[in-house]
Design a protein around this ligand. Structure first.
Ligand SMILES: *Cc1c(COP(=O)(O)O)cnc(C)c1O
Length: 221
């Protein structure tokens, strides 16, 4: 199966109001161009260097999503290049984003990543730390929080639904609060193996990699 037919399959399962982010990490620019020619404009990368390199190699109407962990010292490379940062997960990172974007007179749209499964090997903040991060976001002038993101623990459908619902509850709760710089517009959750479940639980951004581009080979280089 090729990218074009994979895309057709995935798109048939996604309602129009849900944004499909095509996760192109590890894949060559030719693959991105094939998806682009099929009308895809939202692409996700998890590494800053890879995103920045690909940014230069394709038309500038692409909306780049940084979906992986963002190191504080790499913020400077992505200023003005990404549509949405999905992985705000610390006050230190927030402060760096605020500083770098303010310097350039730009606004950063970000999602807060929540480690909803409380997994030690995962990034994202714990639910109970959310309020401290939100307090700091309120003080910013160049950062707009546009929603939440999660990578849920591996599990069966029951488990998936459990974590997606937890995320939706937090999302809805914040939606009803009036906090400066915080708007609950996007709920980014669901990947190749669970995006349909995620959508049924309220996701409006799904991040699909292998389901579009095929298996990733990390041993290539
Ligand atoms: C790789 C990745 C995805 C896509 O995963 P697939 O299983 O290939 O769909 C989604 N979100 C994040 C944060 C990722 O790192």
């Amino acid at each position: 199966m090729g990218i074009t037919s994979n895309l057709k399959n995935v798109r048939e399962k996604i309602p129009k109001e849900v944004t499909l982010v095509a996760v192109s990490k590890t894949k060559p620019i030719e693959d991105i161009k094939e998806a682009y020619n099929e009308g895809v404009r939202d692409f996700g990368e998890n590494k800053v260097q890879e995103l920045v390199k690909k940014y230069d190699e394709i038309a500038n109407d692409v909306r780049w999503h940084l979906i992986g962990h963002l190191q504080v010292n790499k913020v400077k490379y992505i200023v003005g290049k990404v549509f949405l940062i999905h992985s705000l997960d610390s006050i230190k990172l927030l402060k760096e984003i605020e500083k770098r974007y303010t310097n350039e007179g730009l606004k950063a749209d970000v999602l807060i990543e929540i480690n909803i499964g409380r997994e030690e090997n995962k990034t994202g903040i714990l639910e109970e730390d959310l309020k401290f991060l939100l307090d700091e976001c309120e003080k910013c002038s160049s950062v707009n929080v546009k929603g939440l993101m999660a990578v849920i623990p591996i599990g069966d459908e029951t488990s998936n639904r459990f974590y997606f619902r937890k995320m939706k509850d937090i999302f809805d709760d914040l939606k009803h609060k009036n906090i400066k710089n915080i708007e609950m517009k996007y709920l980014s959750m669901g990947m190749t193996h669970d995006y349909e479940i995620a959508i049924s639980e309220g996701a409006n951004i799904v991040r699909v990699g292998e389901g579009i581009f095929g298996k990733r080979n990390y041993n290539k280089e």
